[in-house]
Ligand binder design. Structure first.
Ligand SMILES: NC(=O)c1ccc[n+]([C@@H]2O[C@H](COP(=O)([O-])OP(=O)(O)OC[C@H]3O[C@@H](n4cnc5c(N)ncnc54)[C@H](O)[C@@H]3O)[C@@H](O)[C@H]2O)c1
Length: 280
């Protein structure tokens, strides 16, 4: 086997749990981890979505199971983690990815609501904490684990006046800053157990979340674009030095690296995977 082939199977023999894996970025992460040799538990609040991605991976020759997990529900997380360990014997990698941009009706509002604060906190912050708490007893016992949180470039410093996002997205941005800080403090807490904790800050990826953001901006700032997709394309054009769309798999490649033993000396870090659109 050449060095290159070896690297493409860098997760051979490992097992992974991905939350929110049934769509968008989470699905891309599941595909990449499976391609790199991991057995993947695709979990999502929607079992149907999770099953679709698990079936796709299995049809392509990978190993995957589908599990219904709501990251706001500790009992569903505990049951899901037990199922992964029963099926695969161990859990090496956990990717808390599930996220929401706001509460019901987000796209049609030009300001945030209490519901937006509650939903983003419950899923994007407490959801990450709940997920880590569910996998950590097993990881601590084994003295091994890789946790790769999905935050956002929006959790970095606020951007300048060219930013096309409105006031309604503020709770989301705050929740993503919390996700980055959670990564820092958890890494310090569990490092002594040889558990690495890092996070990825994606940029602008065409998924259901971005479609909702684009619909919102198109409604309230129509000069940005007549459709959600036009707003998205304009954002890529104006914000990305690389001028290319990012794919869910682009995020997956970075997750695979953090999840691999090649990154065993890296912990507590937040990595932008954003085509250069935010540089800090
Ligand atoms: N799309 C982007 O440009 C972008 C940028 C930065 C960060 N992110 C982050 O990437 C992650 C994935 O987002 P996406 O863009 O793929 O969105 P998406 O809406 O396509 O996927 C989110 C998935 O999470 C699931 N989910 C929602 N609530 C859940 C819950 N309580 N428990 C379990 N699963 C739940 C949904 O069913 C869905 O399958 C999120 O954390 C998001 O904040 C996305």
């Amino acid at each position: 086997m050449t060095q290159q082939q070896n690297e493409t199977r860098q997760l051979e023999g490992k097992t992974a749990l991905v939350t929110g894996g049934g769509n968008g970025i989470g699905a891309g992460i599941c595909r990449v981890l499976a391609e790199r040799g991991a057995s993947v538990a695709v979990s999502d609040i929607s079992l149907e979505r999770a099953q679709t991605i698990a079936d796709e991976i299995t049809s392509a020759g990978g190993t995957a199971i589908a599990i219904a997990i709501d990251v706001t529900d500790v009992a569903s997380l505990d049951a899901g983690v037990s199922r992964v360990i029963d099926e695969f014997g161990q859990l090496d990698i956990c990717v808390p990815n599930a996220g929401v941009v706001g509460s019901q009706g987000f796209s049609s509002r030009n300001d945030f609501t209490d519901g937006d604060w509650d939903a983003t906190n419950a899923v994007n912050v407490r959801g990450l904490v709940n997920t880590a708490e569910a996998v950590l007893p097993h990881m601590r016992e084994r003295g091994y684990g890789k946790i790769v949180n999905i935050a956002s470039q929006g959790g970095r410093a606020p951007r300048g006046p060219d930013v096309i996002l409105g006031r309604q997205i503020i709770p989301y941005l705050v929740s993503k800053a919390a996700a980055i800080q959670w990564t820092h403090v958890l890494a310090q807490d569990v490092g002594k157990h040889s558990i690495n904790v890092n996070c990825i800050c994606p940029g602008t990826v065409w998924t259901d979340i971005w479609e909702a953001v684009g619909e919102n901006r198109s409604m309230f700032e129509p000069e940005l674009g007549a459709t959600s997709r036009e707003v998205f394309d304009a954002a890529v054009e104006t914000r990305h030095p690389l001028k290319v769309d990012q794919t869910p798999e682009d995020i997956g490649y970075a997750v695979a690296y953090f999840a691999s033993d090649q990154a065993s000396e890296i912990t507590g870090q937040a990595l932008n995977v954003n085509a250069g659109s935010v540089l800090s």
